[in-house]
Design a protein around this ligand. Structure first.
Ligand code: PNS
Length: 158
């Protein structure tokens, strides 16, 4: 069984993430989307909300599950029998840090990292920009899945 993890903050999940997750689900037997629990960094959505939005957004892909983790990603991989970390690369600017993390994760636990080029349609997309645009009333309906759009409206209207 070839298992991959797609780790991230997912605050919130965007169509760019979902494009990578869907393509991964056709390459691997099982894909685990793992939400980082980061107590020192408060986001717009709680970990539970992020997981819930992810679960709604990946529901149509039967081999994709959603979980959360804290501590080292490689420890989560070891505990779950995951051999591969997959990261989406939007642009060369993503590469430096991702390369460093991939090399560190390999040196820590021999877990492999594979990079997937994102769909150019979404190369400008990030969760931070989506939140900023939505905060000031911009239209993000083409950038996030419907459950996230509704959650952003609910969160930012108060
Ligand atoms: O969506 P993000 O915030 O870019 O995701 C970053 C993430 C969660 C993939 C990265 O911060 C991570 O793996 N954190 C877990 C802690 C860890 O393993 N650190 C060592 C990385 S070499």
């Amino acid at each position: 069984m070839r298992r991959a993890v797609c780790p991230g903050s997912f605050d919130p999940v965007t169509n760019g993430h979902l494009d990578v997750i869907e393509r991964m689900s056709r390459v691997f037997d099982e894909v685990v989307v793992a939400v980082l629990i980061n107590k020192s960094k408060q986001g717009l959505f709680t970990t539970e909300e992020r997981i819930d939005l992810l679960r709604q957004s990946v529901a149509e892909w039967p081999n994709v599950t959603v979980d959360s983790f804290h501590g080292l990603l490689v420890d989560f991989c070891k505990a779950r029998g995951i051999q591969v970390i997959v990261k989406g690369l939007r642009a060369v600017s993503d590469f430096d840090y991702e390369l460093q993390m991939g090399q560190m994760n390999h040196s820590l636990a021999q877990v492999e990292t594979l990079f997937m080029p994102t769909n150019p349609l979404y190369s400008f997309l990030s969760s931070s920009l989506v939140k900023e645009v939505a905060t000031y009333g911009g239209d993000v309906s083409r950038l996030v899945p419907p459950p996230v759009l509704a959650a952003l409206k609910a969160k930012l209207s108060g």
